[in-house]
Ligand binder design. Sequence first.
Ligand SMILES: [Zn+2]
Length: 551
Amino acid sequence: MFVPLGGSGEIGMNANLFHYQDQWLMVDLGISFPDESMPGIDVVLPDLSFIEKRRKSLAGLVITHGHEDHLGAIPYLWERLKCPIFATPFTLALVRAKLRENLPDAKVDLIALPFNAPVEIGSFSVEMISLTHSIPDPAGLVLRAGGKTIFHTGDWKFDEDPLLGPVSDQNALKALGDSGVDVMIGDSTNAMVEGRTGSEADARDGLIKEIKKATGRVAVTCFASNVARVNTLVHAARETGRSPLLIGRALHRITEAARSCGYLQDWPDLLSEDDYDLVPRENVLMICTGSQGEPRSAMSRIASGSHHSISLDKGDTVMFSSRQIPGNEPAIAKVQDSLIRRGIHVVTDDDAPIHVSGHPARDEMAEMYQLIRPKLAIPVHGTARHLKAHAALAKSCQVPATLIPNNGDMIVLNDDEAACIGTAETGLQTFEGGEVISIDSDTMRDRRRMLWNGSVTASVVLSLSGDLCLAPQISQSGLSEGYRADDYLAEASIRIEDAIMGLSDEKVMDDQRVMDVCGQALRGLAKSMFKRRPMVQVHVMRVDALSVTGE
Ligand SMILES: [Zn+2]
């Protein structure tokens, strides 16, 4: 049985479950990023209630590669699973670094998996096949159980010149196809992009050409995890007479992990943030985090002129060697605007070929289907439009059956067909104040209501016999301003008095009852005056009337 808990119908937050006999296996545990309906949230996590209840029969978590949307939730959710984690060495080095930083006391079994050698995990045989992507060591997974073979691609593309690490293992893919594959579960990110994605070598050539054209300082921002791109930039610096400098914590953390796995052994000495300004402007190449406009990143701070040690000036150049993740466009535009306003030249992948995607376009997907020839294709890793386009492509590649999953679908693979037999709990969570909470919680609902509708607070002081001792104290924020707000507060005070007077002697002694009628009065007035439904809070205090009036 296959149960996606995240990543089917969305890009990000990948989390997949496989079940055979009485054992579960989890593949990937990623995060996604919040949209405008999630104010104040930094990270979005999948709800794992379904597998938490079955934790004792969870044999392990296998990670396909080191991107945040595949492993970013481990520090937040591992303690709810407490299972061993399996991955290729570079991916495992990233997991280890995350655990060291976030769960230093956790005793986690981290097990490195080799390529092309099946291992037993619970009731499954799991084999990693080497692919190419935009990070080192990406793996496709072959899962075998009960006479069935499933190929879960993870994220991939066919890059004939990846610049770092091996090319995709076409022989292993062909042999897998020849041995018979029942189901292929595959990446749909570029299912609507014609042709081929292009090689990392194309991005290198484009970057070198643009860097040669630039005059002052050059800063290039890219994903820190794209180690091949970072490596390209370090070598491009040498080729263009510049010295490289890495800016941003993530870049240092990931290149350290890459070095521990044998990559990046031939790097020259890098400049440091303390001495880079001793080097002439035309001899500096900065490699920075912040390609998505993240407000606390190196590039955002440099763009606003608030970085503690790095500065750019008129005539310098910034290159965005990355794609814009949907949803991040406004943040990226803000950074680019502040650079342009300061006379800094901005180059993006719309202006020059300085970026290639890490996912397969349609020609590569067709090639993969020719190699694997599955009986059933299940597209994942995409929005509904991506999944539909991928399913249509699989059909055109003579795949006999396709099934588009939703998060939570419990898909059983029978001998001749696949069927959805139920729904597992799914949902969104976040991490705040040291704990994982549901995005549908009261806190989040209140926050959205305050953000969009404002808030009103009233304090009501009653005597021990239930009479109002003082005029109600009312304040509002985000509802209105000036005389309109004054009118609201004055009218609200009268309505609260009326509401309390309208209560019977018995009901006025019940705090909850008083809160309810006052809340209704405040909400009703806000609705009639402003057509808004603010967040309302009412405090009820009961005091000895003599102590208030001073008699
Ligand atoms: Zn990826």
